[in-house]
Design a binder for this molecule. Structure first.
Ligand code: ZN
Length: 77
């Protein structure tokens, strides 16, 4: 039960962090010069992310190091 709550909490924190980054980016696009950053797809969760923010491994991209590790673990099974 505690573990479930912890997982939900972690998901929420991760989501808030994503939203925060997305909002910050939107704000920067409004004020600064328009800068087009190519997007890539996370090989683990298939979310589109800016290539500048992506975690790269070879020719694969991930949201962050956590998804990279999760992907590696998944492919090992
Ligand atoms: Zn991901």
């Amino acid at each position: 039960m505690i573990l479930t709550r912890l997982l939900i909490l972690l998901c929420l924190i991760w989501l808030l962090f994503r939203i925060y980054r997305w909002m910050k980016q939107g704000y920067a696009n409004h004020t600064g010069k328009e800068k087009r950053v190519p997007t890539v797809r996370c090989s683990y969760c298939e979310t589109y992310i800016d290539r500048d923010d992506a975690y790269r491994s070879g020719d694969m991209f991930f949201c962050d190091e956590l998804h990279y590790k999760a992907y590696k673990q998944k492919s090992r099974q």
